[in-house]
Design a protein around this ligand. Structure first.
Ligand SMILES: [Ca+2]
Length: 99
């Protein structure tokens, strides 16, 4: 068994949800949907981190309100950066483990 065969077997076993040894179209589409959802979450978090400060700097939001929510705003940015960072790290780790 060559190295590429081992890689294919490992990848196939990860995609084979019901454990019958074959990757069906449904299992493949579930895998693709999961990857698409994770990418959408990371993009949404990145866009939220760009849009949130723009909204906070508009005159519609009072300084008092921003001051009152400053702890929550800080946690929001940490959470969004965590989602983006985890996605980037997991993507890099998964592409590196395939080689
Ligand atoms: Ca299967």
């Amino acid at each position: 068994m060559s190295e590429s065969d081992t890689t294919i077997t490992k990848t196939t076993s990860e995609l084979d949800i019901d454990g019958d040894g074959k990757v069906s179209e449904k299992e493949l589409s579930l895998h693709e949907r999961r990857i698409d959802t994770q990418r959408t979450m990371a993009i949404t978090a990145m866009v939220a981190m760009i849009i949130a400060p723009l909204i906070l700097f508009t005159p519609a939001i009072s300084v008092d309100r921003v001051s009152a929510l400053s702890d929550l705003i800080g946690l929001f940015f940490i959470a969004m950066a965590g989602i983006v960072g985890t996605y980037m790290g997991a993507s890099a780790w998964m592409s590196a483990s395939r080689k």
